[in-house]
Design a binder for this molecule. Structure first.
Ligand code: CUA
Length: 347
């Protein structure tokens, strides 16, 4: 008897430790920037409303099945002096029950799941707004059709307006995911996928590529900024403007512009309205930098946007993000600092 209770104690301790690990491990899942349990968008709310009842149904099934299992293991375990167990074969009633019951439970889960999936296929009607999203290795581009506005790393949208996100890839398969706003949608080369949602909370929300897409997949994040209609309109109006005119008094900024236009940056980047000695920055391989100084993240959010971080990045991008398509142009530290001052001035 003493041997039996020792075994039970160990089993209970083990179960408690496992439970604690699961609970603590879940802490970041329920409060981090990618937590899904406080939906701030219609699409995620719909998914959450489906997930919660299915979760609790699973909990009930889990407790019943595990309860019966654990009870049987303990109640009918081999004891000293117990006789050979009596072999039994088949129990028609029981077998019919445990076939029909799960089939019913699965039907209850399947019907609302399929209804939800098909509801996501519908495009929002009148009054919606389209943003074209392009996945690149390893950063996100946001194109506002008809507005002439192209930004990177940061997507601004107004609250309460149905957003139609058109998803395209420039290279490999990515997945667009803003956990608090909407479910994941694959971004596939040569295929136009779409995702729609309405944000119902003002704030900034982290997005993350959710499909392995190469060495820097983990550093392919972005920010969605949900604003009031007025703030969004003001943001859009500012983005439409050409790049800020650089005050000629700022020597470092002027020097940085000189480097930017002569070291090769213009081959890959656009800065609307900027020009030096008849050369314009019209490259479309890399992110549009017209108002880069107003953004909060850099290079797929591998760095936060500060002048010092831009300098670190342009001085040696391969060190910050090995494998990135941004080449090492061999800029000196002084040149990198000057370019950073120029880019940071593009508010
Ligand atoms: Cu793009 Cu992972």
């Amino acid at each position: 008897m003493a041997r039996g209770s020792g075994w039970l104690k160990r089993a209970i301790t083990g179960a408690c430790v496992a439970l604690l690990v699961v609970i603590l491990g879940g802490c970041s899942m329920f409060s981090g920037p990618q937590a899904v349990n406080h939906p701030a968008g219609s699409n995620m709310q719909t998914i959450w409303n489906l997930f919660v009842p299915i979760f609790w149904m699973s909990v009930v099934v889990f407790i019943i099945v595990q309860g019966v299992l654990i009870y049987s293991v303990i109640r009918f375990r081999r004891k000293p002096g117990s006789p050979e167990p009596h072999p039994t074969h088949g129990n028609t009633k029981l077998e019919i029950t445990w076939t029909i019951l799960p089939a019913l439970i699965l039907a209850v889960i399947t019907v609302p799941t399929l209804a939800t999936i098909s509801s996501f296929a519908k495009k929002p009607g009148a009054g919606s707004m389209t943003v074209q999203v392009v996945g690149h290795q390893w950063w996100w581009e946001f194109d506002y059709p008809g507005q002439g506005v192209v930004v990177a790393d940061e997507m601004h949208i107004p609250i309460g307006v149905p957003i139609e996100v058109e998803l395209r890839s420039n290279d490999v398969i990515h997945s667009f995911w803003v956990p608090k706003l909407a479910g994941k949608q694959d971004v596939v080369p040569n295929q136009h996928n779409h995702l729609s949602f309405t944000a119902n909370e003002i704030g900034t929300f982290r997005g993350q590529c959710a499909e392995f897409c190469g060495a820097q997949h983990a550093n392919m994040a972005f920010t969605v900024v949900v604003q009031s209609q007025a703030d969004y309109d003001a943001w859009l109006a500012k983005q439409k403007l050409p790049a800020t005119n650089i005050p000629s008094s700022d020597q470092l900024v002027a020097q940085g512009k000189q480097v930017f236009f002569t070291a090769g940056c213009v081959g890959c980047h656009t800065i609307n309205g900027a020009e030096l000695n008849g050369v314009q920055a019209l490259g479309i391989v890399g992110p549009n930098l017209t108002h880069v100084g107003s953004r909060t993240g850099l290079a797929g959010e591998v760095l936060t946007q500060t002048q010092a971080n831009i300098a670190t990045w342009v001085h040696n991008p391969q060190k910050v993000k090995p494998g990135t398509l941004m080449p090492n142009l061999g800029l000196t530290v002084d040149q990198a600092n000057a370019v950073a001052a120029y880019l940071e001035s593009l508010k």
